[in-house]
Ligand binder design. Structure first.
Ligand SMILES: C[C@@]1(CC(=O)O)C2=NC(=C\c3[nH]c(c(CCC(=O)O)c3CC(=O)O)Cc3[nH]c(c(CC(=O)O)c3CCC(=O)O)/C=C3\N/C(=C\2)[C@@H](CCC(=O)O)[C@]3(C)CC(=O)O)/[C@H]1CCC(=O)O
Ligand SMILES: NC(=O)c1ccc[n+]([C@@H]2O[C@H](COP(=O)([O-])OP(=O)(O)OC[C@H]3O[C@@H](n4cnc5c(N)ncnc54)[C@H](O)[C@@H]3O)[C@@H](O)[C@H]2O)c1
Length: 199
C-alpha cells in the first residue's frame, strides 16, 4: 500500500455501521475536522451524542449503494461480514473494510500528532495492537515540545521560500534548523529568525 496523507475536509465521508468500533473510527475522523455521515439501523450512545452536537449526520437505516456511491471515503464497520464485503466491493473511491483489509483499498494507521508533525504506523493489518504499541513508545521520544518546534520550522521554511536565495544557501539554512539546539531552545530559534531576516 502506498502511504499518503489525504485532506478530507469538504469531502464526503461515510461510516457504515454505528457500533463501538464505528464510534472509535468517527472520533478519530473528528480530530481532523471531518464531517461524518453515519448509516446504521442502530447507534452507539456516543454516536448519538455526537449527532446532538451536530458533528455527525445520522441515517437510521440499513445501508444501500446510494448512501455511499459518491463518498470520497467509506469506512465499513458493521457486524455483518457480507454487508462489509458488499460495501467494500462496490465503493467507488477510498474504502476501509474494518473487518478485512484485503477487501478494501485503504487502512487507518495508528497516529501520533504533535502539531504539524504526524507519525503514522501501519502493520498492513498484521497487528493493529503492535501499531498502537509502537505509537505509544514514540510518544515519549516525540514529546509536546515538537509542536512549537514544527511551527518554528514552518516559519523558517516560509521565510526561506519567500527570499531569492542561492540553492546552496537555502539548503544550508534548512539543514541548520533541524539541529537539536533549535528543538531545545526558544532563544536559539529567535536568534535564527532574526539572522534570517538579514538575508
Ligand atoms: C491502528 C488502529 C487505528 C484506528 O482504528 O484508529 C487500527 N486498529 C486499532 C486497534 C485495534 N483493532 C483491533 C484491536 C483488537 C486486537 C486485535 O484484534 O489485534 C485493536 C487494539 C486495541 O483496540 O487496543 C481489532 C481489529 N482491527 C482490524 C481487525 C480486522 C482484521 O483483523 O483484519 C480487527 C479484528 C476484529 C475482530 O476480529 O473482532 C483491522 C484494522 N485495524 C486497523 C487499525 C487497520 C490496520 C492497521 C495496521 O495494522 O496497519 C485495519 C486493517 C483496518 C482499519 O480499521 O483501518 C487502532 C489502534 C491505534 C490507536 O489506538 O490509535
Ligand atoms: N478495525 C478495527 O479497528 C476493528 C476493531 C475491532 C473490531 N472490528 C470489526 O468491526 C466490526 C464491528 O464491531 P463493533 O464492535 O462495532 O460491532 P457492534 O455490534 O457494536 O456494531 C455493529 C453495527 O453495525 C450496524 N449494522 C448491522 N447491519 C447493518 C447494515 N446492513 N447497514 C448498516 N449498519 C449495519 C449495527 O446496527 C451496529 O450499529 C466487527 O466486524 C469487528 O470484527 C474492527
Amino acid at each position: 500500500m502506498f502511504p499518503i496523507m489525504v485532506e478530507l475536509q469538504n469531502k464526503k465521508v461515510v461510516v457504515v455501521g454505528g457500533g463501538r468500533v464505528a464510534y472509535h473510527k468517527i472520533k478519530n475522523l473528528l480530530r481532523f475536522n471531518v464531517h461524518v455521515h453515519v448509516v446504521s439501523p442502530e447507534f452507539h450512545n456516543g454516536i448519538l451524542e455526537l449527532a446532538n452536537q451536530k458533528k455527525v449526520t445520522l441515517y437510521q437505516k440499513e445501508v444501500e449503494y446510494e448512501d455511499y456511491q459518491d463518498a470520497f471515503l467509506v469506512i465499513t464497520v458493521t457486524d455483518s461480514r457480507s454487508v462489509n464485503e458488499k460495501v467494500a466491493k462496490t465503493a467507488n473511491h477510498l474504502v476501509v473494510n474494518a473487518e478485512n483489509p484485503e477487501l478494501g483499498n485503504s487502512i487507518v494507521p495508528a497516529t501520533l500528532m504533535r502539531g504539524k508533525l504526524m507519525i503514522s504506523i501501519s502493520t498492513g493489518g498484521a497487528s493493529p495492537t503492535l501499531a498502537k504499541q509502537l505509537r505509544n513508545q514514540l510518544a515519549d521520544q516525540f514529546d509536546d515540545s515538537y509542536e512549537s518546534y514544527l511551527d518554528f520550522l514552518y516559519e523558517v521554511r516560509s521565510l526561506v521560500k519567500s527570499k531569492s536565495l542561492h540553492a546552496d544557501t537555502r539548503k544550508r539554512l534548512l539543514q541548520e534548523v533541524v539541529q537539536p539546539i533549535y528543538l531545545e531552545s526558544f532563544e536559539e530559534r529567535e536568534t535564527f529568525l532574526r539572522k534570517l531576516e538579514d538575508y
